[in-house]
Write a protein that binds this ligand. Structure first.
Ligand SMILES: Cc1cc2nc3c(=O)[nH]c(=O)nc-3n(C[C@H](O)[C@H](O)[C@H](O)COP(=O)(O)OP(=O)(O)OC[C@H]3O[C@@H](n4cnc5c(N)ncnc54)[C@H](O)[C@@H]3O)c2cc1C
Length: 396
């Protein structure tokens, strides 16, 4: 007998629908609520690596993922005039057969298709949770109160569920001293399945195009030790902040800044990890970025969400009470999460060196033979982290 029969999942992006898929297979009712008014489409390129590829295969979505790969063939590091200074071939940073890249919206669509039994409710949120010991009562912002055996917070970095069950975000935030923005802009450079990156110390501007989407994605990232609340400000204030930081930087940045005003999907946030002493409290548990965001700089957030959903569902199916299942989920996931969170700092140093010398050295390395050894060191760290969990162990 499974530990739970009736579950509320908050968040319908990656972690939520992935968990709903397994619940559907295990005959567990899943209600998935989403703050956005409808399923979110579009978005940036994300990676599925290592054990997450095995999970995608077990879910039956791997062929769909492969068919929707972004096809971005590598990146060129350019100078202020757009001249190529170095190249990063795809497949250098992670072994190609254990790493797939897909647009976030494409993955979300595949995961929703893979969880047809789930009951999706859009434009709503949990406004209060009352843990009664043998069930949780959830009050919805859209009205009404319902009882569930378990509530799963799969609502991302700034998780509402985490706030309700564990309190404010501050003690769990690990600010990686940078802010990132991404948006769809016109493809002025005519990029065709490729990426361009331009650096000045502590700043990077990048543009990439994938045949899977119109236009280009523009990414702006800057490093700063000063943690402000600009990530919680209105989009207009965030764009103004970006103008202050990036105006006059060179290359395409002024045009990107102008285009941001018209971008349909402007995204801005701090580069932050979530680090918590426990991921569950009573009958509320956190999954994906909500519990253990590794930050975009690890490139592993999607994989953690997919693997986390698999492990959580397996433990709930294998036990007849939620407490031991939640404890086993945490025990199995902790080392995997720690290894993948550990990749973010080197990732940040690689994409946004802090000095002109660091930028020159990275580009020189990319042009030289020893880089292969250097990258294979990073590669083995990333590759190892992506594989650092046994999907089948500890299910008894
Ligand atoms: C710029 C950028 C680049 C990235 N690049 C990569 C990459 O290359 N590789 C990689 O693996 N990962 C990458 N990531 C990270 C990846 O997107 C996340 O780790 C992944 O999406 C986590 O999935 P999730 O389902 O846990 O959370 P999310 O995808 O954040 O989803 C949370 C969902 O909850 C919803 N929600 C929020 N609040 C509420 C509420 N109150 N009530 C109901 N629903 C709510 C949200 O609308 C959203 O749909 C990147 C992230 C960013 C921002």
């Amino acid at each position: 007998m499974a530990a739970v029969r009736n579950v509320l999942i908050s968040g319908a992006s990656i972690a939520g629908p992935a968990l709903a898929h397994w619940f559907g297979r295990n005959g567990i009712r899943a209600v998935v609520i989403e703050k956005a008014p409808s399923r979110r489409t579009g978005g940036y390129a994300i990676d599925i690596r290592g054990k997450a590829i095995d999970v995608a295969m077990r879910m039956g979505v791997l062929d769909g993922v492969r068919a929707a790969e972004t096809g971005i063939g590598g990146a060129a590091m350019v100078d202020a005039d757009g001249r190529v200074r170095a190249r990063l071939a795809s497949g250098l940073v992670a072994p190609e057969e254990r790493s797939l890249e897909i647009l976030r919206g494409d993955l979300v669509a595949l995961l929703h298709e893979a969880a047809p039994e789930a009951e999706y409710r859009y434009g709503t949120s949990i406004s209060a949770l009352e843990d009664r010991g043998d069930r949780v009562e959830a009050v919805f912002a859209s009205g009404g109160t319902e009882s569930f055996d378990l509530v799963v917070g799969a609502d991302g970095l700034h998780s509402n569920t985490r706030g309700l069950a564990f309190g404010p975000e501050r003690p769990y935030r690990r600010f990686l001293e940078s802010y990132v923005s991404i948006a769809t802009v016109p493809n002025h450079l005519g990029l065709d399945g490729e990426a361009r990156l331009f650096n000045t110390p502590s700043r990077v501007a990048a543009l990439y195009n994938t045949p899977r989407a119109a236009g280009a994605k523009a990414l702006l990232l800057h490093r700063t030790a000063v943690e402000s609340d600009v990530d919680r400000a209105a989009p207009a204030a965030q764009r103004e902040h970006l103008r202050e930081v990036f105006a006059g930087m060179g290359w395409e940045t002024d045009r990107i800044l102008a285009d941001l005003d018209r971008a349909p999907d402007f995204y801005f946030d701090s580069v932050t990890q979530i680090s918590m002493g426990a991921w569950s409290k009573g009958r509320t548990v956190l999954l994906g970025d909500a519990g253990y965001c590794p930050s975009p700089m690890s490139g592993q957030g999607t994989s953690l969400a997919l693997v986390g959903a698999y492990v959580l569902a397996a433990e709930l199916a294998a036990r007849d009470a939620p407490e031991p299942a939640l404890a086993a989920y945490e025990r199995r996931m902790r080392p995997f999460v720690a290894a993948n969170q550990g990749i973010a700092a080197p990732g940040l140093d690689f994409i946004a060196p802090k000095s002109a010398m660091g930028i020159g050295a990275r580009n020189a390395l990319l042009r030289s033979g020893p880089v292969l050894r250097l990258l294979s060191r990073f590669d083995s760290r990333l590759g190892k982290a992506a594989e650092a969990i046994d999907l089948d162990r500890g299910r008894a």
